[in-house]
Design a protein around this ligand. Structure first.
Ligand SMILES: NC(=O)c1ccc[n+]([C@@H]2O[C@H](COP(=O)([O-])OP(=O)(O)OC[C@H]3O[C@@H](n4cnc5c(N)ncnc54)[C@H](O)[C@@H]3O)[C@@H](O)[C@H]2O)c1
Length: 256
């Protein structure tokens, strides 16, 4: 069945953070293609606007810094005031840096922990009561294979994504009784602008790109649409018994 042939999210109201680029962009497009109404939240409002312009469905764009409590609260309030409630929250926005612990600056520590960990915490803090109020729904957090295996030059990023995985499990246990399912996705290396930023730092970016693809057992990057398909499943009622799970979409990296 091709994308667009499913209609699992009819009537659902969703928020996707980091929707202006890469994985978040693909998730917003996929949820909308399955008939959800989607709020596209991003620090880069222009990027989110341009993604929304390509979506044939009801959307809202909201400039949001996920590290700011007032922004997270305003984001959830916007969905509730415009659409009467919230059913799905995708906490996707995240940042990384390539370095060992020894070479990671405190600025990069603050930035990674702030966007990944505080951002996911605040997204859940304001979205969960709204989803509960709507009678239940789904939270999807963006972890990474970096939470599950050591990845060279990513130690602090591994810690940030590991925190998201642990937070997902804890929150899942706390809110399952309220009908709020909390899960996360652990992507392998996904072909997004993020990868271009990392490879541009190497002497030979094309070679670095090839090496990154080669380290995936299936020999290629994961596509953002493949992560979006998992997010749509987790957002839908088909995943009703999937609770506190870490859904790995990594081309086999963690199977080794
Ligand atoms: N690309 C990969 O290989 C990969 C692998 C595993 C996990 N992930 C995770 O997937 C998520 C998306 O990654 P991507 O590759 O699409 O990255 P990306 O850089 O292409 O997109 C990230 C988006 O998040 C937005 N953003 C950054 N900081 C923000 C903030 N404070 N508030 C709101 N929005 C903010 C950016 O403006 C951008 O539009 C991240 O959490 C990342 O850690 C990516």
């Amino acid at each position: 069945m091709g994308v667009g042939a499913l209609d699992r999210l009819e009537g659902k109201r969703a928020i996707v953070t980091g929707a202006g680029s890469g994985i978040g962009r693909a998730i917003a497009i996929r949820l909308a293609s399955e008939s959800a109404r989607v709020v596209l939240a991003d620090l880069d409002e222009e990027a989110a606007e341009s993604v929304a312009a390509g979506i044939d469905g009801e959307t809202i764009v909201q400039r949001t810094d996920v590290t700011r409590a007032e922004d997270a609260e305003a984001l959830v309030s916007r969905a509730v005031s415009e659409w009467g409630g919230l059913d799905v929250m995708v906490n996707n926005a995240g940042v990384g840096a390539a370095a060992t612990i020894v070479d990671t600056s405190e600025e990069d520590y603050e930035r990674m922990m702030d966007v990944c960990v505080r951002g996911t915490y605040l997204g859940m803090k304001y979205a969960i009561p709204a989803i509960r109020e709507a009678g239940g729904g789904s939270v999807v957090n963006m972890s990474s294979v970096a939470a599950l295996v050591g990845i060279a030059d990513r130690a602090l990023y591994c810690a940030a994504k590991g925190a998201i995985l642990a937070m997902t499990r804890g929150a899942a246990v706390d809110h399952v009784g309220e009908g709020v399912r909390v899960n996360c996705i652990a992507p392998g290396t996904v072909d997004t602008p993020w990868i271009d930023r990392i490879t541009s730092g190497y002497d030979d970016p094309a070679e670095a790109r090839k090496n990154m693809q080669a380290r995936q057992p299936h020999g290629r990057f994961v596509q953002p649409e493949e992560i979006a398909a998992m997010a749509a499943y987790l957002a839908s009622d088909e995943s009703a018994s999937v609770i506190g799970a870490c859904m790995i979409v990594d081309g086999g990296v963690t199977a080794r």
